[in-house]
Design a protein around this ligand. Structure first.
Ligand SMILES: [Fe+2]
Length: 443
């Protein structure tokens, strides 16, 4: 037995999104020409991890073949329910919490208590129903402590992780992913991993997607390039540990958490091939496309990833990025216009200042503009944009994102009562007074 923990391994990545990858940490560990030979080299066990139903259409079908030291059934024991009181799942509607409204929060402060990826997850909103695999939850994580001989997987969801502060390592069955602010990671449903703190304290956002997996949006007439390009997504090469030590495995299943004891690390996949794998992406490689003469398109132009809902063009979740870019539109009100949206919009600030809200929406902060709730630029942004000299202007020092879902989002009790909610947020539109007086002309 070797005890080379993945913690001591430097991550290496393969380029592409949804590729059929193949990778092995030991030479000739990967069977060639077939998936399930009578005996696998090194005495490994062959095992398939399915990301879609067996019969999903070919262009959506995802699965990975793993060749591992023990089969996954040996990485589990008799489960007991455990309580992670701050990690909630939909449906989760609290009687005395009003979700109808526009809300904004200051960053959750780092506290004095040591928190892991599991104990540090704070659910802010839930939408849909985890049991029917529709909708999502939004979380903020506060993590100070690495998981040690502790492992986790979610049978409920894939996790889209958006770091805002600190650096994390995801040591997964299929390899290692390190992430820092302005990067994201996607951890697939069912994949076992532990999270280590490389630089703490760490804070960030998580979109827990109960539904179909995130894919790249169709570009339509934009063509084959720009927005998020496949080559900029990075999937880890195979890496494993052969470690015998008392350990725990925690599973999220139908919104509940269960734990069991095992006597070794489950991160024992020596080789794998397939297209169901974790991935990271550097948001700074996102190539924005926008208006180059007048007006501006819908914010969907900034979609990085989309998770379909089954209704064509209506996402279970869109992940949308507002990064630094040029504003050049002539005779145009350049910030986002006022609007009322059938989708519900949860935003987070990763870095810098957001153009529609120059104050109050700060890095680490979050806002929610729920289904059919009007919103738009605050008074200061409206006045500035209405009177600006419209020469080309570069929006710099800015990176915010949106988790947009077709489902209404419900606040958790934590979001409504414990998190630093800005009670005066709706006042930001005060002073947007009537200019109309019945006479023509610019006011
Ligand atoms: Fe909006």
């Amino acid at each position: 037995m070797t005890d080379a923990r993945l913690s001591q391994t430097e991550p290496r990545y393969m380029s592409g999104f949804g590729n059929d990858f193949e990778t092995e940490a030991l030479p000739d560990a990967l069977p060639q020409g077939m998936n399930s030979p009578q005996k696998v080299n090194y005495g490994l066990y062959g095992e398939q991890l399915s990301g879609t139903a067996f019969t999903a259409p070919g262009h959506q079908n995802e699965r990975t073949w793993c060749y591992r030291i023990r089969p996954s059934v040996r990485h589990q024991g008799r489960f007991s329910r455990i309580d992670l009181p701050h990690w909630k799942s939909a449906p989760h509607i609290i009687d005395d919490v009003t979700s109808l409204g526009q809300y904004r929060w200051d960053p959750l402060p780092h506290g004095d208590t040591d928190l892991t990826w599991l104990t540090g997850m704070r659910t802010m909103t839930t939408a849909g129903d985890v049991n029917t695999q529709t909708g999502m939850a939004s979380h903020i994580y506060l993590v100070t402590q690495s998981m040690t001989d502790a492992y986790f997987y979610s049978a409920d969801s894939e996790l889209l992780v958006v770091p805002q502060d600190g650096r994390l390592r995801f040591a997964t069955e299929l390899g290692i992913i390190d992430v820092a602010p302005q990067e994201i990671a996607i951890i697939p449903r069912g994949l076992v991993y532990r999270v280590e703190v490389l630089e703490g304290p760490a804070r960030g956002f998580v979109c827990e997607n109960y539904g179909q997996k995130f894919v790249l949006p169709g570009r339509g007439p934009i063509g084959a390039n720009c927005m998020a390009n496949k080559r900029d997504f990075k999937t880890p090469v195979a890496a494993f540990e052969d470690r015998d030590a008392p350990s725990t495995l925690t599973v999220k299943w139908c919104g509940q958490f269960h734990a069991c004891r095992i006597d070794h690390s489950p991160l024992d996949v020596v080789a794998w091939h397939g297209n169901y794998a974790p991935v990271k992406y550097d948001l700074c490689t996102y190539c924005p496309v926008g208006a180059i003469l007048f007006d501006h398109p819908d914010p969907s132009i900034y979609t990085v990833l989309t998770a379909p809902s089954g209704v064509e063009g209506t996402a279970n979740i869109d992940f949308v990025l507002f990064r630094d870019r040029w504003n050049v539109a002539e005779d145009t009100f350049r910030p986002p216009w006022y609007h009322k949206n059938v989708m519900s919009e949860l935003m987070g600030n990763i870095h810098g200042q957001y153009d529609a809200k120059p104050k109050g929406f700060v890095p680490g902060g979050m806002s929610l503009h729920n289904c059919m709730l009007p919103h738009g630029p605050d008074r200061a942004a409206f006045e500035a944009a209405s009177n600006a000299d419209l020469k080309p202007q570069k929006l710099e020092n800015t990176m915010s994102f949106m988790f947009e879902t077709r489902f209404p989002q419900h606040l958790t009790e934590f979001a409504a009562k414990e998190a630093p909610l800005q009670d005066d947020y709706v006042d930001c539109w005060d002073g947007l007074d009537k200019k109309f007086d019945g006479t023509p002309g610019v006011k």
